[in-house]
Design a protein around this ligand. Structure first.
Ligand SMILES: Cc1cc2nc3c(=O)[nH]c(=O)nc-3n(C[C@H](O)[C@H](O)[C@H](O)COP(=O)(O)OP(=O)(O)OC[C@H]3O[C@@H](n4cnc5c(N)ncnc54)[C@H](O)[C@@H]3O)c2cc1C
Length: 398
């Protein structure tokens, strides 16, 4: 089929990256995003290794990303008085490119908005598939018909819920919640970050946009919270309850939180599914195989997934019955390998006990001098490179 019309749910990383490649292969994409405008929030995401860089290069946006790098170098663990306890050089964890998630979303949007129809402030309400396509109704807009629908709507995917069933079946909560927002760089951080860890809690501040502002990041251990994801006041109340009087900059940042333009709150989780497609609907990025926001792998995985999914559709001449199966064959082992990077990180980031928090604070002091200090970065790079990318531009029939 030549004029394949594809509806994508979600305009963050996976959705626009897919729209880019669909256009390159001659297909038409419409993106529906629930937020009223492009979402700016979050802190940094990483790209590492040849697979990520190859896709970025083939999309022609590698230079844009390089220009927008955070440039944040080492980060320090501090005590309640703000005194440095341990310094972590950037190369112990960093990938090849670190960029603010909001900047990445903007670059992808700019690379696609000329040819992709973006519908903000709406969401899919129902999907009814027949032999020739999918009838889609929306919460606001009029019903429309598409050949295929792709859910790129994140960890709490609406598309996944509508087609595959409730979230509890697929999302494994890793016992941690996080909140991120922009704040003033009142500590005068110069391309660096400070983090303060106590039992079950971590609060950090990183300079952003070349020190013009900062990002406040909170992590705390807790079972799955029964919170409405759109209830910002409720989320902020939980954060205030958890961190008030916690020490260091916690109280100041909690005050700043009330005025943040981009408050983001979520649970840290992983998505595990036996199949990523059903009929004419497929899932992409975090919606299908979220490795957890602590893994440092989510955006790279979404980007590679978008490249493979669009490429397989092109090679199959738009035949989703072939392409969705091939997408999964190419991606499954890779995605599972990247997900392993998310396992265990939660406990290291926010250890449950005071003894473990103290141990880690001491361990981090000596870690930069240990022989295996770069191990985490090496393992992450290996997982991120564990795929042989097909050159779909040559393989595609048209
Ligand atoms: C605001 C925000 C901040 C983030 N901050 C970080 C961070 O600091 N560090 C990190 O590692 N990861 C962060 N992430 C997650 C990271 O972007 C992803 O792990 C990764 O980039 C894969 O992206 P994705 O496009 O698959 O999913 P996501 O980035 O989660 O994007 C999903 C998109 O779908 C939209 N959406 C949700 N429901 C609907 C619906 N019903 N209809 C239409 N659209 C819908 C969302 O608004 C969002 O734009 C953040 C995500 C968001 C949305």
């Amino acid at each position: 089929m030549t004029n394949l019309k594809v509806l994508i749910s979600g305009a963050s990383v996976a959705g626009p990256a897919l729209a880019y490649w669909l256009h390159r292969h001659g297909f038409q994409a419409t993106i529906v995003e629930r937020a009223p405008a492009l979402r700016d929030g979050g802190y940094a995401v990483d790209f590492r290794g040849e697979a990520h860089l190859t896709v970025l290069r083939r999309m022609g946006i590698l230079a844009d990303l390089e220009r927008a790098r955070t440039g944040v170098g080492s980060m320090s663990y501090v005590n309640s008085a703000g005194k440095e306890q341990a310094k972590m050089p950037a190369d112990l964890f960093a990938g090849d490119i670190e960029i603010l998630r909001g900047d990445l979303a903007r670059i992808l949007y700019d690379a696609t908005r000329q040819h992709t129809e973006y519908v903000f402030g709406d969401s899919i309400a129902s999907l009814t598939e027949d032999a020739d396509g999918v009838e889609v109704t929306f919460e606001r807009g009029a019903p429309r018909r598409f050949d295929l629908v792709i859910g790129a709507d994140g960890l709490h995917s609406n598309t996944r819920r509508l087609v595959f069933g409730p979230e509890e079946r697929f999302v494994k909560h890793l016992g941690v919640n996080c909140a991120i927002f922009t704040t003033a760089n009142h500590l005068g951080l110069d391309h660096t970050g400070h983090a303060y860890r106590t039992a079950g809690r971590l609060v950090a501040m990183y300079s952003a946009r070349h020190n013009a502002e900062a990002k406040a990041v909170f992590y705390f251990a807790s079972p799955q919270l029964d919170l409405d994801r759109r209830d910002v006041a409720g989320q902020q109340a939980v954060l205030a309850e958890t961190f008030t009087g916690n020490g260091w900059q916690s109280d100041r940042l909690l005050q700043d939180m009330r005025y943040a333009p981009d408050f983001y709150f979520d649970s840290v989780g992983q998505v595990r599914m036996d199949a990523w497609s059903r009929g004419r609907v497929a899932l992409l990025g975090d919606a299908a195989y979220c490795p957890s926001s602590l893994s440092g792998m989510g955006s790279g995985l979404a980007l590679v997934g978008a490249y493979v999914l669009a490429g397989e559709l092109a090679v199959a001449g738009g035949d989703h019955r072939v392409a969705f199966g091939r997408y999964e064959e190419e991606m499954r082992e890779y995605a599972v390998g990247c997900q392993k990077m998310g396992n265990g990180v939660a406990k290291l980031m926010v250890p449950g006990s005071r003894a473990m928090a103290t141990f880690l604070n001491r361990y981090y002091k000596v870690m930069p001098y240990l022989p295996g200090k770069n191990m985490a970065a090496k393992i992450a790079r290996k997982a991120a490179e564990n795929i042989t990318l097909r050159d779909y531009r040559k393989l595609a029939r048209r």
